[in-house]
Design a protein around this ligand. Structure first.
Ligand code: SF4
Ligand code: SF4
Length: 322
């Protein structure tokens, strides 16, 4: 039997059940940041695939990355017990510059800082600290341009693997220097990352609900490291809000989504959280078509230069006011 033939239920027993037990242990701790009654449910992809009887995408080359992601998730949860009892809470400017240099050396593309609100923590979950170092990692354009395909599926899982590993490395680097940390995984995160990325100034939420970043558009994966460092520099002003206006004129992702899962008008909840897609429409297509990614592929922000797209909006604004 090759790796791709291992039944999903066996994989779940080997990794996911253990992950849930560790997540429950973290949520049972009195410290940390806990979800509220208003928090969103995390969509449990593996369980849903088994429940609905979908066949796992037949990609032997993606399997080692998926397995490595699960091992990385277990590591991120197991290592919270290795934190110092009296952690440091402040970092100097020089220390922050070294942290950012280290993050880039392990493959991180962009770094931002934000304070996580409990409404963004998934229901019944917790993270160790509210102070978040938010991380992005680019996915290869050539591979994503083939989506949905085995190539794009591999790229997504390779990026999850590498980003999850980098988050663990950054958490370990900080822990060695006396800080308490909890690496938030790229795959199966414990909090909603796109709004956290927006809060950190790394981009703006697109109509498809993904974070649109200036360098790579939505062609990135996100992770976070939660830490005891209280003086991370917050983003005072996010310059990417104009993206919302661009989306209002574009709607390409909504038009090209095969099951029409992207809402033409996102739902804004009372606590400010925004729902952009209908999971019940997206998931069957996503799960049976190599994780889809069409909404990433067709987004103009992953094809064209950010400044060029911004100039379209500026010119339009001038025409309206002239
Ligand atoms: S992943 Fe595919 S199915 Fe899901 S919202 Fe994006 S385009 Fe639609
Ligand atoms: S495809 Fe268009 S509407 Fe959709 S997120 Fe990208 S820019 Fe916005």
């Amino acid at each position: 039997m090759n790796l791709a033939e291992i039944p999903m239920s066996v994989m779940q027993k080997l990794g996911i059940d253990r992950m849930w037990a560790l997540e429950d242990a973290l949520a049972a701790r009195p410290d940390g940041l806990h979800a509220t009654a208003d928090s969103p449910e995390r969509f449990e992809i593996m369980t849903e695939i088994i429940k609905r009887g979908y066949k796992r995408p037949d990609s032997l080359r993606a399997m080692p990355h998926m397995a490595a992601s699960v091992i990385g998730i277990l590591r991120s949860l197991q290592t919270v017990d290795k934190n110092p009892a009296q952690p440091r809470t402040h970092i100097s400017e020089a220390g922050l510059a070294k942290l950012e240099a280290y993050a880039r050396s392990v493959g991180i593309d962009d770094i931002g800082y934000a304070r996580l609100s409990p409404e963004l923590v998934f229901k019944n979950k917790a993270v160790l600290h509210e102070n978040a170092i938010v991380l992005t990692m680019e996915m290869d354009k050539g591979r994503i341009d083939t989506s949905p395909s085995e190539q794009s599926f591999i790229e997504v899982h390779e990026t999850y693997h590498h980003l999850g590993r980098a988050a663990n490395q950054i958490a370990g680097w900080l822990r060695k220097r006396g800080y308490s940390t909890h690496a938030g995984p790229a795959l199966m995160g414990l909090a909603l990352y796109p709004p956290l990325g927006q809060q950190a100034g790394l981009g703006w939420r697109g109509l498809h609900g993904l974070l649109i970043t200036p360098r790579f558009g939505p062609r990135v994966r996100l992770a976070a490291v939660f830490t005891s460092i209280e003086n991370l520099p917050p983003c005072s002003e996010n310059p990417h809000g104009w993206i919302e206006e661009y989306c209002n004129l574009c709607h390409r992702c909504a038009k090209e989504c095969p099951p029409q899962a992207i809402l033409e008008q996102p739902i804004v909840h009372a606590n400010g959280r925004v729902t952009c897609t209908e999971t019940d429409k997206c998931f069957p297509y996503f799960a049976q078509n190599y994780g889809c990614s069409i909404c990433i592929r067709v987004c103009p922000f992953q094809e064209q230069d950010y400044a060029t797209l911004k100039s379209h909006i500026s010119k339009r604004q001038h025409r309206v006011t002239d």
